[in-house]
Design a protein around this ligand. Structure first.
Ligand code: COA
Ligand code: AMP
Length: 633
């Protein structure tokens, strides 16, 4: 028998969303209370807390100082790659953010202007985001593992007045200069920002462009601290670009009001943390997990957050997570299953775990990709704490399905992220839009309105928002995940229904990679599929057909293709395997059979679709894969 209040709370949230979220919103400090809890006057667009005004940075910093938490640590920077450990109290962080906001304002940035942040995992990156929020400016963080072209695409879409960057990132043992990538991106972009504020890190000195680049420390030194600017609850706090079904990323918009309400609610009810607790999301500020759970949610909730500049293994060893948990008294850790697979591979018996006192550690949360039961069971057994898989997306900004620990934990079923979270009316539909029976796989959708915190639209692209998410199942948001529900109401997330793959918890589009390969002079056609990988969950594998008459060595072409993906998308794509094949398997109507190719590469049973044009091609694909070490079935 469980004592969870989840079902009762869930029911209330679905039957009376306005009452439910109005109550939750009392936990946020408003400059002006909202006129309407949910403005549905322009369906299918919904706006939460319309008419309300607030400042997210005020709620995340100043409010806690006024409430007496000024001396509590707000942020701990732990960087095994540089040997630094630094702590900032709420007062110190607020003061530094206010000065940086002054420096940003001095470059002419005001409410509603966009600022791109291309930075590594250092406290200044967090300050940059909060400083934008303080001014009511809209930040757009671009992950450091993306190449210049990806950065340029985001610059062109967001049209930032200013870019904030640093001289380098540190990836394990490698130092990666960021400034040449930034310079190249600005060169490629049609819309050039007027100014860049660049932080010189001691490891690499960036060359500055006179008249455009401003030294971070000098700018901050000269600046006057800026106050919080109240903004509309419905005004964007940030834009975060994420992979879509083409090479063009989607600009997910997050508003200020709904976001603050959802973040605070989630900290109490999903993660079961309270002010003063130490909460660590081992992710990157470039991803949604970083936005929500390194920065905004823990600070809005008055917790201490950790900014970790390192990797789960190799910095220096697979014990680094446990060292940090002991040293900083971490209560909750949130990371991706891939991090645990990496640790388990190097420390299968948990010898590093045994070296540390983990008595403050209460719960491990995993997300970003499907958590395989093996990894979940290993973590649970070795750590002796509940391991909670939860499911969400960049678009939602917080969990759609979770074991809400703060509402009383439900039994964990490995392979399931448990049940729909309050606020999300999750349904599973067949292609015709009918609810599928229990235990049957279908398309997972969320009945509108989405709860606060989820994307209200795409940046400057209402039509794209409707086309991508709303048109397929009218009245619903399409998650593009397929899955099922069991007899206890537990959800199982099985696969994407589009071309998105998850590589080490990083979301990538195979369509985007195909666009890069297709641009090679010798390529006639190509397909990229996500193939199962023991460490990264999935890795991209490219199949390429050459144009007639090309007689260069295959190895040279493959090397060029791999380099092109690295240069155009970035190292994060982890595109390292490609092969030249004579033909691609297709249906008679010409559709490439990517699903069948994936099954062959994964070494699982497959049946050639009845519509296949020429089944013999599947044998050729099997042969090509086995030549480079893939299993033959
Ligand atoms: N800046 C520049 N380059 C970056 C980068 C960044 N912020 N992040 C990753 N890269 C590069 C890496 O150096 C690597 O380059 P390489 O091909 O030259 O080796 C490449 O991008 C792939 O990186 P990654 O997928 O992280 O692989 P990895 O082998 O370096 O590490 C893991 C594997 C599992 C240890 C690592 O992915 C990890 O810690 N994952 C944690 C999960 C996570 O953060 N998920 C985010 C969502 S919760
Ligand atoms: P991102 O937008 O990068 O957070 O990626 C979102 C996608 O990752 C989802 O649509 C899922 O396909 C996948 N995903 C995230 N968390 C989980 C999970 N807990 N279980 C299964 N898939 C997940």
């Amino acid at each position: 028998m469980d004592n969870s209040q989840l079902d009762a709370v869930y029911k209330r949230s679905i039957e009376d969303p306005e009452g439910f979220w109005a109550k939750a919103a009392e936990d946020v400090q408003w400059d002006k209370k909202w006129d309407t809890v949910l403005d549905d006057s322009n369906k299918p667009f919904y706006r939460w807390f319309a008419g309300g005004k607030l400042n997210t940075c005020y709620n995340a910093l100043d409010h806690h100082i006024e409430a007496g938490r000024g001396d509590q640590p707000a942020l701990i920077y732990d960087s095994p790659v540089t040997g630094a450990i630094q702590q900032y109290t709420y007062s110190e962080l607020r003061d530094q953010v206010a000065k940086l906001a002054g420096a940003i304002a001095a470059q002419g940035v005001t409410k509603g202007d966009r600022v791109i942040i291309y930075m590594p995992m250092i406290p200044q990156s967090v300050m940059a985001m909060l400083a934008c929020a303080r001014l009511g400016a809209i930040h757009s963080v671009v992950f450091g593992g993306f190449a210049s072209k990806e950065l340029a695409t985001r610059i062109d879409d967001a049209k930032p007045k200013l870019i904030l960057s640093a001289s380098c990132g540190i990836e394990g043992k490698k130092t990666i200069p960021y400034k040449p990538l930034l310079d190249e991106a600005i060169l490629l972009a049609g819309n050039k920002p007027k100014k860049c504020i660049v932080l010189q890190r001691p490891q690499v000195e960036a060359a500055m462009t006179a008249g455009r680049d401003v030294d971070w420390n000098e700018a901050v030194e000269m600046a006057n601290p800026a106050d919080c600017v109240p903004v509309e609850a419905t005004a964007p706090l940030y834009i975060l670009y994420t992979s879509g079904t083409t090479g063009v990323p989607k600009g997910v918009v997050r508003d200020n009001g709904g976001h603050a309400v959802a973040m605070k609610w989630s900290m109490k009810n999903i993660y079961d943390v309270k002010p003063g607790d130490v909460y660590w999301a081992a992710s990157d500020i470039g991803w949604v997990v970083g936005h929500s759970y390194i920065i905004y949610a823990p600070l809005l909730a008055g917790c201490t957050t950790i900014v970790f500049e390192g990797k789960p293994v190799g910095t220096p060893d697979p014990g680094v997570f446990w060292r940090i948990i002991e040293q900083h008294k971490v209560k909750v850790l949130f990371t991706a299953p891939t991090a645990f697979r990496a640790i388990k591979r190097e420390d299968p018996n948990g010898e590093h775990i045994a070296k540390y006192d983990l008595s403050d550690f209460k719960t491990l949360f995993l997300a970003g990709e499907r958590c395989d039961p093996d990894t979940l069971n290993w973590a649970q057994e070795k750590l002796g704490v509940p391991v909670i898989d939860h499911w969400w997306q960049t678009e939602t900004g917080w969990a759609i399905a979770a074991n809400c620990v703060g509402l009383g934990m439900l039994p964990v079923k490995p392979g399931s992220p448990t049940k729909a979270v309050p606020g999300y009316h999750v349904r599973i539909l067949d292609d015709a839009g009918h609810e599928v029976p229990t235990g049957k796989i279908g398309n997972i959708v969320v009945k509108l309105p989405l709860p606060p915190g989820c994307l209200p639209t795409l940046w400057n692209n209402d039509e794209g928002f409707k086309n991508s998410y709303l048109n397929e199942y009218p009245g619903h948001y399409m998650t593009a995940d397929a899955g099922m529900r069991d007899e206890d109401g537990y959800l199982y997330i099985m696969a994407r229904t589009d071309d998105i793959i998850n590589v080490a918890g990083h979301r990538l589009s195979t369509g985007g990679m195909e666009e890069v390969l297709a641009a090679h002079q010798d390529v006639a056609e190509c397909a990229v599929v996500g193939v199962a990988d023991q460490l990264k969950g999935e890795i991209p594998v490219g199949f390429v057909v050459l144009k007639a008459g090309v007689d260069r060595p295959n190895e040279d072409i493959i090397k060029e293709l791999i380099q092109m993906v690295r240069d155009k998308i970035g190292p994060v794509a982890a595109f390292k395997t490609a092969m030249i094949v004579k033909r691609l398997p297709k249906t008679r109507s010409g559709k490439i059979l990517r699903g069948t190719m994936k099954k062959i590469a994964d070494g699982v049973e497959y049946r050639a679709p009845a519509t296949i044009d020429d089944p013999a091609i599947l044998d050729e694909i099997t042969e090509s894969l086995s030549e480079i070490g893939f299993p033959k079935k």
